[in-house]
Design a protein around this ligand. Structure first.
Ligand SMILES: [Mg+2]
Length: 245
């Protein structure tokens, strides 16, 4: 039975997708020029720029604010508008405002962490900067469950690099075979954990087809009902809650 459960944060415990979608919806409604693109195209373009630019954030070449500004500069260009810096800054600030207002945990995350904590230590392993991720956890009331928050900014390595998982295991005082990783990204969370010989569980709330159907990686598609998720994480026979290390 695992002594530690590691979770990814964005789109595993924290609903980044919902926040992004809500903020983009407001901007798409508010700015006629963005409606040159239908919402799906607008959202897709934003997602693509976010992913590209987040790489620069992880490598320490851009901070989150600069990355967001650049993202909106590209979105204006994509919509065929030559935007001045003030327009870009206004849109980026409005996005940030709406994103923060929408911050929420993934459905069932709090209930799941409450139960996991009866049996194991909890780590959060995330490719991002500490301040941003701490704020999300705190805002959603999830920080009280977390024994170790390990972010790529501090480790200097991002998932799927085994180093970030190694640091998390060290902080939780357990070995790879005593831990399990739960995350939504196959490339970062599942592949990374497997490199270390750690069991991985794919959080697949979109019910996407597995990239490796033969791999026998277990899935959780929702954190509710909580006992179903607990069973996937810990297996059938759980000892009493006193088992917490
Ligand atoms: Mg994620």
């Amino acid at each position: 039975m695992p002594r530690a459960v590691l979770f990814d944060l964005d789109d595993t415990l924290f609903d980044h997708y919902l926040c992004t979608r809500t903020a983009l919806g407001v901007l798409h409604n508010r700015h006629e020029c963005f409606r040159a693109l239908d919402f799906a195209t607008f959202e897709h373009a934003h997602g693509q720029y976010l992913e590209e630019l987040h790489q620069s954030v992880l490598e320490g070449r851009l901070d989150l604010d600069a990355a967001r500004t650049e993202r909106f500069k590209r979105l204006y260009a994509r919509a065929g508008v030559k935007a001045d810096p003030e327009m870009v800054a206004t849109a980026a600030a409005a996005y940030r405002h709406e994103y923060k207002a929408a911050r929420t945990a993934v459905a069932g995350a709090e209930g799941l962490l409450t139960r996991v904590r009866d049996y194991a230590r909890i780590g959060v392993v995330s490719n991002n900067v500490r301040e941003e991720q701490e704020e999300k956890l705190r805002h959603c009331g999830l920080d009280r469950f977390v024994d170790a928050l390990v972010v790529s900014e501090e480790v200097g390595a991002a998932k799927p690099d085994p180093e970030i998982f190694r640091v998390a295991l060290e902080r939780l005082a357990c070995s790879a075979d005593q831990a399990v990783m739960v995350g939504d990204s196959w490339a970062a969370d599942i592949a990374g954990a497997r490199r270390l010989g750690m069991r991985a569980i794919w959080f697949n709330r979109g019910r996407r087809p597995s990239p490796e159907p033969e791999s026998l990686i277990q899935e959780i598609t929702a954190f509710e009902p909580v006992e179903d998720a607990i069973e996937v994480i810990f297996g059938g026979d759980l000892p009493g809650a006193q088992g917490r290390p």
